[in-house]
Ligand binder design. Structure first.
Ligand code: GLU
Length: 448
């Protein structure tokens, strides 16, 4: 229950309207906790139906993706693009290929992306898309045929000043290449319509590293302000050894932290003296799993099959970088009991709401993904800027800009949390600061 009857009414309406969209409803529920502090102070929000308008994406495109596999069998998947909000810039957000993809997950991700993109301070609206296609185990030709069939419809709805997709789970350099190549062929134009491209054809240096590096810059800023300390010597647990987790591990190692535990879909590994990050990054680059690959090199490493057991290991900082709903209340309690002081989300909403509440009530500082993992989309914007001007920036230049953006995001979340009387509640700060920019733009643009 919220203080505001307006919010209670809206939540109930959303639950009745979309009873099956549990991920989307959860995102709204959490977001409304922050809105509860401002809706009464700002009557313009209700008077202009700002939240009602924010609960419905501006456009959802759903389409059939038919393709032929290597055995000549016809396969059919569902494709989606949720163009959530374009108040502050063109739609921007990743494409996810995973068997779990459905409308609820994409609506939740696009909703979160809207506020994440707002926090970067850059002109980026929010979107997300994808398909229930799973690229794992498919041949390159199958992935190419699927990507072409997907783009054969999507190309009508995107463009360099309309909607600029990028990668996400299951969509990496290979998929982006095929998607971009087919868009270019269909439109007969080279435009920076996709970000995360290879540097060979318009990608930005540091884009592959950006989300992981950004998480560490954000963590560094948190440690400095809240604990007057630095990351050097801190013990880290990182879940997910994909594009985000592996690059977070690399930057953490460079900064002198000890990565003591990591996990991926097949289990976890742990060494209290620190894992060998170079080996971990090599495994990630080959898209292999830690068990058995890491264990082949270091057979004495403590490991287990149950991914959630990672959160039972002692640490100072936890970085959940795999996927949504990885840390439940039980894992949150284990983390606290074993010394964890900071949880920084690398994935999109990996922490369940009861766990977030537990962290807030038990002095574990928590940073939400929409703030901490915004480095990826921020460097996507830098890629768009380079494409639009036909320039190429050096890795140092991009990295320095990324660092400044992450420090600014932290500052906004921290100052907003302070202003609303909950200085340790960065999720609240992120939600309010992200919302205010979108709200001001919507108000200025009238009822559209
Ligand atoms: N998929 C990433 C995210 O969740 C990147 C999006 C982008 O670069 O557009 O933020």
């Amino acid at each position: 229950m919220y203080k505001s009857p307006y919010l209670n009414r809206l939540l109930l309406k959303t639950k009745n309207q979309y009873p099956e969209q549990k991920e989307f409803i959860q995102a709204i529920e959490e977001f409304f906790e922050a809105m509860d502090l401002i809706v009464e102070q700002k009557p313009d929000i209700e008077a202009n139906a700002i939240l009602e308008r924010l609960l419905i994406p501006e456009r959802i495109v759903t389409f059939k993706v038919a393709w032929v596999d290597d055995a000549n069998k016809v396969r059919v998947n569902t494709g989606y693009r949720v163009q959530y909000n374009s108040a502050i810039g063109p739609y921007k957000g990743g494409i996810r290929f995973d068997k779990s993809v459905n409308l609820s997950i994409l609506k939740f991700l696009a909703f979160e992306q809207t506020f994440k993109n707002s926090l970067t301070g850059l002109p980026l609206g929010g979107a997300k898309g994808g398909s229930d296609f799973n690229p794992r185990g498919k041949s390159d030709n199958e992935v190419m045929r699927f990507c072409q069939a997907f783009m054969a419809e999507l190309y009508r709805h995107i463009g360099p000043s309309t909607d600029i997709p990028a990668g996400d789970l299951g969509v990496g350099a290979r998929e982006i290449g095929y998607l971009f190549g087919y868009y270019k062929k269909l439109k007969n134009e080279w435009s920076g319509v996709f970000t995360g491209k290879d540097v060979a054809y318009g990608g930005s240096l540091i884009r592959p590293e950006a989300t992981g590096y950004g998480i560490l810059y954000f963590t560094e800023a948190m440690l400095k302000v809240y604990f007057k300390s630095e990351i050097k010597g801190k013990r880290l647990l990182i879940s997910g050894n994909g594009k985000v987790g592996s690059m977070a591990a690399l930057k953490a190692h460079e900064m002198g932290a000890l990565v003591v535990g990591m996990s991926d879909i097949e289990g976890y590994i742990y060494n209290p003296d620190g894992l060998d990050v170079d080996t971990i990054v090599k495994i990630a680059r080959k898209q292999k799993t830690l068990r058995p690959q890491y264990l082949t090199v270091y057979p004495d490493t403590l490991s287990g099959e149950d991914v959630s057991d990672l959160w039972k290991m002692p640490c100072d900082i936890a970085l959940p970088c795999a996927t949504q709903d990885e840390i439940n209340l039980e894992s949150a309690k284990h983390l606290k009991a074993n010394g964890c002081q900071l949880v920084v989300e690398g994935a999109n909403r990996p922490t369940e709401l009861p766990a977030i509440r537990y962290f807030n009530e038990n002095s574990v500082l928590f940073a939400p993904g929409k703030a901490a993992n915004a480095g990826g989309v921020a460097v996507s914007n830098l890629e768009m800027s380079q494409n639009a001007t036909y320039l190429v920036w050096s890795a140092e230049e991009v990295d320095a800009k990324l660092k400044t953006i992450m420090q600014n995001i932290f500052k906004q979340c921290y100052e907003t949390a302070h202003k609303y009387g909950q200085p340790n509640n960065l999720a609240l700060g992120a939600n309010i600061a992200g919302f205010l920019r979108v709200y001001k733009a919507m108000l200025a643009q009238g009822i559209v």
